[in-house]
Write a protein that binds this ligand. Structure first.
Ligand code: RUB
Length: 273
C-alpha cells in the first residue's frame, strides 16, 4: 500500500469511527481523501463510511466535475453568509440552546460573540459520544457563557423550571435537509417538540449543500457506545440521527438567508450538484 492509499484509508476509518464528526467536516475530509485517490471506487467507500450524510455525497459528485479548490471555497462562503444572518437574529440577553456539535452552529455563535453580541448558551452533553463537550469547550474558549445539561434535562432548560432561566431560542445543525424537514443528531426531535410546547423558536443553521431529494438512511451505531460489555440478553438500540418535521422549524438559516422551510425547499429546486 502506498502513502496516498494509507492516508485515504485513514480518512475513511476516521469518518467511520466518528473521529471526524459533523456533516461539514466529513464532507471536507472526504474531498481531501478523493484528491488522494480520485476513482469511482473511492467515492463508494467514502459514501458508505457515513450513510446519513448527503453533503458528503453531493460534494463527491461535484468533485468529478469541478476543481477541488472551487468546491472547498463554498464551505467558507456559506459559513460567512450564515454568520451574518445568525448575527441578525441573536438579541442581547438571549439564551440559546444547542445540541451535539455542529460547526455551522458553533462558528456562527463565535462570530456573533466576536461582533459584540451578549448572549449565553445552554448545551446538551449528547450521549453516547458526548459531542456536547466539544461544543462547550469551543464556545467557552471565546468567552461565551455555557451551561451544560444532561440530555434528559432538556425540558427544564426549555421551560425554565426549577428556578432556571428559560432558553429563548434553539439552534440545531443538520446532517440532511429533505423536503419534509431535517435529519440531525438523535435527540433533535425531542428538543424540537419540547421547544414547541414551551413556545421557544427553533432555527436550523445549515449549509444548503446538505439538501437532497434522495432517501436518507438513518445510521445505527455500535452498541458498545451505549453500554460496553452489556449482558448479552439485554437488547440495545443506538440510532445516531433522527428526523425533525418542518412544522417545528421557525426558519432555516443557510447561505441563502433566513427562510421559512417551505421557501427554502422551493429555492433548492435548482441545486448545483
Ligand atoms: C453531528 C451532528 C451535527 C450535524 C451538523 O453528529 O448531528 O449537528 O452533523 O454539523 P456526529 P455541521 O457527531 O455524530 O457526526 O454543522 O458540523 O455540519
Amino acid at each position: 500500500m502506498n502513502e496516498k492509499e494509507k492516508k485515504f484509508n485513514k480518512i475513511v476509518n476516521d469518518i467511520k469511527q466518528v473521529k471526524i464528526q459533523g456533516a461539514r467536516n466529513i464532507a471536507r475530509a472526504a474531498l481531501l481523501a478523493y484528491k488522494l485517490s480520485p476513482k469511482k471506487s473511492s467515492i463508494q467507500k467514502l459514501i458508505s463510511a457515513r450513510a446519513t450524510e448527503p453533503m458528503l455525497k453531493n460534494v463527491l459528485k461535484l468533485a468529478e466535475k469541478k476543481p477541488l479548490k472551487e468546491i472547498l471555497k463554498h464551505f467558507d462562503f456559506a459559513q460567512k453568509e450564515i454568520n451574518k444572518s445568525v448575527f441578525k437574529i441573536i438579541k442581547n440577553g438571549d439564551i440559546i440552546l444547542t445540541h451535539c456539535h455542529s460547526t455551522n452552529v458553533v462558528q456562527s455563535l463565535i462570530y456573533s460573540k466576536k461582533q459584540g453580541k451578549k448572549f449565553e448558551v445552554y448545551n446538551t452533553e449528547t450521549r453516547p459520544l458526548y459531542q456536547g463537550r466539544k461544543t462547550a469547550i469551543e464556545l467557552r474558549r471565546v468567552g461565551i457563557k455555557v451551561t451544560m445539561f444532561v440530555d434528559s434535562a432538556i425540558d427544564i432548560a426549555l421551560s425554565g423550571s426549577q428556578k432556571n432561566k428559560k432558553a429563548n431560542k434553539v439552534f440545531l445543525g443538520a446532517d440532511a435537509l429533505i423536503e419534509k424537514g431535517i435529519i440531525n443528531k438523535v435527540g433533535s426531535s425531542m428538543i424540537a417538540k419540547l421547544a414547541r410546547l414551551n413556545k421557544v423558536p427553533l432555527y436550523i443553521i445549515a449549509d444548503s449543500w446538505k439538501f437532497t431529494k434522495e432517501k436518507v438512511p438513518i445510521e445505527y451505531r455500535a452498541l458498545n457506545e451505549v453500554w460496553d460489555k452489556a449482558p448479552k440478553e439485554i437488547k440495545i438500540k443506538n440510532p445516531a440521527f433522527e428526523f425533525v418535521n418542518k412544522k417545528y422549524i421557525k426558519a432555516i438559516i443557510s447561505e441563502k438567508g433566513i427562510l421559512n422551510y417551505n421557501n427554502f425547499v422551493k429555492k433548492m429546486k435548482k441545486v448545483p450538484y
